[in-house]
Ligand binder design. Structure first.
Ligand SMILES: C[S@@+](CC[C@H](N)C(=O)[O-])C[C@H]1O[C@@H](n2cnc3c(N)ncnc32)[C@H](O)[C@@H]1O
Length: 222
């Protein structure tokens, strides 16, 4: 993640190039780890169900936003079963095109497909009960991540919730030159969340993932 304008531009354009060459499948979305998708989605469902539904302070179930949605892996099995409508945003047009068939009949309840980098995306104010951001924050610079999280906060309905689920490093910022991303440690991530004016109301580590991959943490933010 570079500091100069040129380095920032190539950080984003290299990532776009990388994803344009990836097959639009669950395995492609998960870097060859398609087999962990079920464990991931079951963990996410248990996490999200703590915060939505009836009762004081719970988020509603009318509309969710899937950020860095890819082909809609999360929309299909997590968000469409829990929300009346879902919007998807991703920088790769081919993935959003694939989502239209991958989501099948339930895809009729997708209201909007946005082809846009999250660094430029402005969620509609007050539209979303849940904004789900998974395995994509490493593609944003610190500054853009903080600004994006702030815009997400404005996109929430009353009692709405932002969820970030992503890899965390053991220590520091670990760059990945292959897909042009970074992996941050929890202290850095917590600091960026604070800078965005958000609070971590709950945090869990995803269990039962293969030992050789990064730890994955899920954060509920308000
Ligand atoms: C590891 S995949 C994860 C897809 C999905 N979140 C999932 O878990 O199945 C990363 C996704 O982020 C998208 N992406 C990469 N950089 C992005 C950016 N700057 N803004 C929006 N989406 C981006 C890619 O096109 C790809 O679909």
């Amino acid at each position: 993640m570079g500091d100069t304008v040129d380095e920032k531009d190539s950080f984003y354009s290299n990532a776009e190039k990388y994803w344009r060459d990836i097959t639009p499948t669950v395995d492609g979305m998960l870097g060859g780890y398609g087999s962990i998708s079920n464990i991931d989605l079951n963990g996410s469902k248990a996490f999200l169900q703590k915060f939505i539904g009836e009762g004081e302070g719970k988020a509603g179930s009318s509309c969710a936003l899937d950020c860095g949605a890819g082909i809609g892996r999360i929309t299909k099995r997590l968000l469409l079963p829990l929300f009346r409508t879902v919007d998807l945003v991703d920088v790769t047009q081919e993935f959003l095109d694939k989502a239209k068939t991958f989501l099948a009949e339930d895809g009729k309840r997708v209201a909007k497909y946005f082809c846009c980098g999250l660094q430029d995306f402005v969620p509609e104010e007050g539209r979303y009960d849940v904004i789900w951001i998974q395995w994509v924050i490493g593609h944003l610079t610190d500054e853009h991540l903080v600004e994006f999280l702030r815009r997400c906060q404005s996109g929430l309905r009353p009692n709405g919730l932002i969820v970030v689920k992503d890899n965390v490093s053991f220590e520091g910022v670990v760059p990945d030159v292959v897909d042009s991303s970074v992996c941050r440690d929890m202290a850095i991530l917590r600091n960026l969340v604070r800078q965005a004016g958000l609070r971590i109301i709950h945090e869990e580590q995803q269990m039962n993932f293969p030992k050789e991959i990064y730890n994955v943490h899920t954060l509920a933010l308000r």
